[in-house]
Design a protein around this ligand. Structure first.
Ligand SMILES: C[S@@+](CC[C@H](N)C(=O)[O-])C[C@H]1O[C@@H](n2cnc3c(N)ncnc32)[C@H](O)[C@@H]1O
Length: 193
């Protein structure tokens, strides 16, 4: 076993915008079955946490991630170079403004107007491929769900993953009374095989 795993690496990276944290990234694995060899498209890259997490899972499969802000794209590119994540490519482009080519087994989105991206990118899903769309607000998730349904995606599901840590000391045990309660919602949808 390697001494340092992807969770140790993520903690050391320079984080800029709010990232998808492992408790939510892990649900993408649980709900889609993403594994070694899958082709992944991601937008926006942001701090690169989700794309790095997925690159680790799909290796030697590849992740392509689009980020419209140059400063965020540059930072994420520096982090993947520094930590030797070679199966992830970050492209500094607005994913809504370009013609995305190719087919993907998983498309992950964490960006403004993600419902527009679902409408645009469903043609890039391989048969049996999944969307996993992360949104901080439920209104965004509902808009995403509606566009998924309009485009005949199946297995549409919105989830929130609440992980509550517990604290035990001096014989008394209870939930930790503070910390992050809400992160975001995940909306999944699958293209028919
Ligand atoms: C919350 S951050 C993503 C965080 C990322 N998932 C992570 O785990 O580090 C949202 C990012 O989406 C980018 N973004 C928004 N609209 C975009 C678009 N149309 N194309 C590409 N990137 C976009 C923003 O610049 C921002 O960096």
């Amino acid at each position: 076993m390697k001494r340092e795993n992807i969770l140790d690496i993520l903690k050391k990276t320079k984080r800029l915008p709010q990232a998808v944290i492992p408790k939510d990234a892990g649900m993408i694995v649980a709900y889609t079955g993403v594994c070694s060899g899958w082709r992944v498209l991601d937008a926006g890259t942001g701090s690169g946490w989700l794309s790095m997490f997925l690159a680790n899972i799909v290796n030697p499969g590849k992740v392509l991630s689009y980020e419209k802000r140059e400063d965020f794209a540059k930072n994420a590119q520096q982090q993947i170079r520094k930590y030797g994540i070679s199966n992830l490519r970050i492209v500094n482009k607005d994913v809504l403004a370009i013609d995305v080519k190719g087919k993907y087994d998983l498309i992950t989105l964490d960006m403004k107007d993600c419902e527009k991206a679902v409408g645009k990118l469903h043609k890039n899903l391989a048969p049996g491929g999944w969307f996993a769309v992360y949104s901080p607000h439920i209104e965004q998730s509902v808009a995403v769900k509606d566009v998924m349904a309009e485009n005949s995606l199946k297995n549409i599901n919105i989830i929130e993953n609440i992980a509550r840590e517990w604290y035990s000391e001096h014989g008394f045990t209870h939930p930790v009374p503070s910390g992050i309660m809400h992160t975001g919602f995940l909306c999944f949808g699958k293209k028919q095989i």
